[in-house]
Design a protein around this ligand. Structure first.
Ligand code: SF4
Ligand code: SF4
Length: 259
């Protein structure tokens, strides 16, 4: 299927001659606009399978490119370059280098799920966006996103205690992402909590910050979850060929050092 959306033509691929005359006809300016063709040579034929192997990407093969996801998308309404339909197309075609051109905006999905409700094929485009962001990080194309760091902190807390304590999660998130805890919106939120929550709940929240409550008998469940997570991570590494990539990089480093 050709790429037909005007917004997808990259400015660098548009050529306009300020002064041009063809057979006596003045076609200067936008009359002389033409689109440079591009040749893609570095297809990744495994790209769709790699995304499908990550959580959220499982149903990407169902997409029939209707565009309802992009039409419904919250972020697309603000930025036309944010285009789930187009990225799904690139992934299914194996056009990795084209996908990488948008690596800095794919993670901006706000997980509102409007696309998921609009999709007639149950592709779950929100999941595909999440899987694609995860793929970009695992392959080293982008640094770890804040949402990934938040997920890690959340999981670490569940593993350690079997409970979630919001205040601790937020504090650790701010610290790990290098953000100051003292921000106007945080201060305002705390003020409102103090004003509106019952005293008993506030006391429990305060104590939870100090004594770290744990779920009793949690260790058995924790070990089972850890085992499952390790299995999944190994599966994802295998699907993306990450172990082979690391081995190749190590061999190249060794060869370089031996010279
Ligand atoms: S979940 Fe993400 S991709 Fe889907 S509509 Fe919301 S912002 Fe757009
Ligand atoms: S709405 Fe669903 S089927 Fe349509 S382009 Fe988006 S993901 Fe594909």
């Amino acid at each position: 299927m050709p790429i037909h959306e005007k917004s997808l033509i990259r400015p660098e691929n548009l050529q306009v001659h300020e002064q041009l005359e063809v057979e006596g006809v003045d076609v200067s300016g936008h009359w002389s606009t033409f689109i440079e063709s591009r040749v893609v040579t570095d297809y990744n034929e495994a790209l769709e399978d790699e995304i499908a192997a990550l959580p959220g990407g499982e149903y990407i093969h169902r997409c029939w490119q209707c565009g309802s996801c992009t039409n419904a998308c919250t972020v697309n309404a603000l930025n036309q370059d944010f285009n789930p339909r187009y990225w799904i197309y690139l992934i299914r075609m194996g056009m990795e280098s084209e996908l990488l051109r948008d690596r800095d905006i794919i993670w901006q999905c706000v997980s509102c799920h409007k696309c998921t409700y609009a999709c007639p094929r149950d592709v779950v485009p929100e999941g595909v966006m999440k899987a694609t962001s995860h793929w970009l990080e695992l392959k080293g194309h982008t640094p770890k996103s804040h949402s990934m760091i938040f997920d890690e902190i959340f999981s670490e807390q569940v593993f350690a205690t079997g409970k979630i304590e919001d205040g601790r999660t937020v504090r650790h998130f701010f610290k790990r992402t290098g953000q100051a805890l003292h921000q106007p919106w945080v201060v305002e939120m705390i003020k409102r909590l103090l004003r509106n929550l019952p005293l008993g709940m506030l006391t429990r929240m305060g104590l939870a910050n100090v004594i770290t409550p744990k779920t009793s008998g949690w260790s058995g469940a924790r070990d089972a979850i850890r085992e499952y997570v390790a299995e999944q991570e190994e599966h994802h590494r295998g699907a993306l060929g990450l172990n082979e990539l690391v081995q190749m990089a190590e061999s190249e480093l060794e060869a370089g050092a031996a010279k």
